[in-house]
Design a protein around this ligand. Structure first.
Ligand SMILES: [Zn+2]
Ligand SMILES: [Zn+2]
Length: 131
């Protein structure tokens, strides 16, 4: 699947994915202005055009955005070299919202009616932490 940032300076190509998750964590909400609709794209993500600006957001991850228009492009998990991209980049692709993570950090001012699997931050760390 293909996508681009708002100003089209950066184009993105990633393997097709149907299922997405939503992250309610405080960092994603600060970064995105709201919860992040996240596509787990693995390692096969290619950016072309301008280079994304990279912000090291934690010990274990960095986040990238377009330096011209500010579109959020990726969350990059360093230990596994995995890219997680905002679903909004891929405007021509249909997704299914399968899960919500960091549900314990969701603020009270919204609630999705989608039927999703819900995980707390603790459950997420237990599932994805390197053992
Ligand atoms: Zn841009
Ligand atoms: Zn998050």
């Amino acid at each position: 699947m293909k996508g681009s940032c708002l100003c089209s300076a950066i184009e993105v190509a990633a393997p097709d994915h149907e299922q997405i998750s939503m992250c309610h964590c405080s960092m994603c909400r600060r970064w995105s202005g709201g919860p992040m609709f996240a596509v787990h794209c693995g390692k096969g993500v290619q950016f072309s055009g301008a280079d994304p600006v990279i912000y090291r957001s934690s010990e274990w991850a960095e986040r990238g955005f377009c330096g011209k228009c500010g579109t959020h492009l990726f969350y990059h998990l360093l230990s596994t070299d995995e890219y997680i991209l905002p679903a909004g980049i891929f405007q021509d692709h249909e997704f299914v919202l399968a899960s919500e993570i960091f549900i314990d950090e969701k603020p009270g001012y919204y609630e999705l009616k989608n039927k999703t699997e819900k995980m707390t931050g603790q459950q997420v760390f237990e599932q994805f932490a390197p053992k």
